[in-house]
Design a binder for this molecule. Sequence first.
Ligand code: NCD
Length: 366
Amino acid sequence: MRHLLNILDLTAEEIDRLIATADDIMEDPEKYGDACRGKILATLFFEPSTRTRLSFESAMLGLGGRVLGFSDSSSSSARKGESVADTIAVVSAYADIIAMRHPKEGAPLIAAEHTRVPIINGGDGGHWHPTQTLTDLLTIRHEKGRFEGLTVGLCGDLKFGRTVHSLIEAMSRYAGVRFVLISPQELALPALEKDRYIDAKGIPCRECRSLEEAMGELDILYMTRIQRERFASEEEYQRLKDSYILTPEKMALARGDMIVMHPLPRVNEIDPAVDEDPRACYFRQAYYGRYIRMALILKLLEESGKGKAVPDKGHPHFPENTLPGAVCQNPHCITTTEQGLPQRFLPAGPEGKGYRCLYCEAEYTP
Ligand code: NCD
């Protein structure tokens, strides 16, 4: 069965087709008003959300379908200690497609193994956020007209920011892309992520500590929030929270055709005075999210209609464990909370140096 757990589950051609469908929906929404009549989307949000959950619900309602779910895990049986596997096994009997968000990294992979219906990952911890990336790609296509040859600056919390991880994975497939990574040392992009998606592909990349030194060379500035909820210590968060604040003065250093993106919510990292700048496109970006999710729901439902509704034990996301006896060391990994879940590890990189957890992808050091 077809799921969207990671943005790389979609080929670049499939992303182009989703963008074309989203454009078509934006042009003539009424044509799609009955496309999902009789279908049900479940939104299972074990972690807070405004845009992602509401845009999924609005997308399904716009397609003539219906929605059910929860927006707070304390109102679900997770509160009583129910596993993700059991919740999904049950909910997939009540819905035709599931969009979920979970604070633990790798949770959607467990869901994919126990569901009868397609799973869409609406964010798992600091790991992946593929539907935000689809939203970002639709935005870039509209605002810049292309993906190739762009210099993309990513600023803020590159360690815990899942939208950053998925966007880098997606953009690393297009020719001529360059990355500029702007973060404090403590919040730098995880080494494994940088090795696999940037260095191993020979993509030009520069790391810097200040916005000012990067502004002039960027086609896109992707601002992010410092992810308070993922810090081990509040003091550390307080020390780093205002590392970067984009102001009209800093915007004056950028090119006239640079765009500023942000997945939102913003906390303090973009001065509201920047909103009036035509290069600020984060609210347009939020608008696109509904339409690309409509296109995605249509695609996954259409493909699932062709298959058998049975749990997918043989999903390609689950190869054999290559490191028997090891235990994942990442405190945010789903293996720390899900009962009875086997540990699984894979070689970390193409050269086979080190290992990573199959669920959360954190590096494992024996
Ligand atoms: C992001 C998320 O949840 O990761 N928000 C979103 O989905 N639009 C970004 C964030 O929370 O900082």
